[in-house]
Ligand binder design. Structure first.
Ligand SMILES: [Zn+2]
Length: 256
């Protein structure tokens, strides 16, 4: 049993973190000093930076992040990233593979136009229960994103933490979301990102087993280290970022 002091400390940390998440520029400034001891990748490694919504006020910031990644290496599609892991594509320097989670309407209004302008591929992990809700994409929007050449993966139906679900509910989160995206988009869905994404805390071996038997080929977490050829596509490490963060804050998450 953790002591009351420890619990209070943990709650204060959580409260601080959620306050900071609501104010990403402040969060970025708080993180930035720790970036002084890191550098953006210069050696061979595969990185999977990911974002959520990108409000119009952050479009210029996202552009700066993406141009910075491109200066340090190449930006590749999810397929190409998996080919690197499988050893089918050489990995000489840093390679970045971008993804976005949940299904915010800003994907349509801000993210996709910017990615198309820069010619940057990306994966969009969709929480199917959010589709059609206020502030989120419609299925027509999702079809347009897929038709524009972007990848769409599953991020569950309800965005609940898989580890909290019984076997039946966990299976539904993984299988129903896959099926619904496939029905709506008319293309196979083989890639999954777990909500919250910490192995052991947010999902477990059972969920990986469900994913494997449902036909997923990749399963993304939110562990951060760089990946390399030979690493498993069922344990993709991704680095969560906010476009409002200065590059020093990005360096705390994406570094070699
Ligand atoms: Zn999410």
């Amino acid at each position: 049993m953790p002591s009351p002091t420890l619990i209070r400390k943990r709650l204060n940390e959580l409260e601080l973190r959620s306050k900071l998440r609501a104010r990403p520029r402040v969060q970025g400034r708080v993180l930035a000093p720790a970036g002084a001891f890191r550098r953006l990748p210069r050696t061979a490694g595969l990185y999977f930076p990911f974002y959520h919504d990108v409000l119009p006020e952050y479009a210029g910031d996202l552009r700066r992040h993406l141009l910075t990644f491109r200066r340090h290496g190449s930006l590749v599609s999810w397929d190409d990233a998996l080919a690197v892991l499988a050893g089918e594509r050489p990995l000489h320097g840093p390679v970045f593979c971008l993804s976005f989670d949940d299904g915010h309407a800003s994907w349509r209004d801000v993210v996709v136009p910017l990615l198309r302008e820069l010619g940057v591929p990306a994966m969009f992990f969709l929480t199917t229960g959010l589709v059609g809700r206020p502030g989120n994409l419609t299925w027509d929007d999702c079809r347009a994103i897929a038709a524009a050449g972007f990848d769409v993966g599953s991020h569950t139906v309800t965005h609940r933490r898989l580890a909290d679900q019984d076997d039946g509910d966990a299976a539904r989160e993984l299988i129903d979301s896959k099926r619904e995206i496939e029905d709506e988009l008319g293309r196979e869905v083989r890639d999954f990102a777990a909500p919250y994404g910490h192995p052991a805390v947010d999902y477990g071996e059972r969920d990986l087993e469900i994913a494997r038997s449902a036909g997923y080929r990749s399963f993304a977490s939110t562990l951060r280290p760089a990946m390399h050829p030979g690493d498993s596509p069922l344990a993709i490490n991704r680095q969560g970022l906010h476009p409002a963060w200065p590059l020093w804050a990005v360096r705390t998450r994406v570094h070699d």
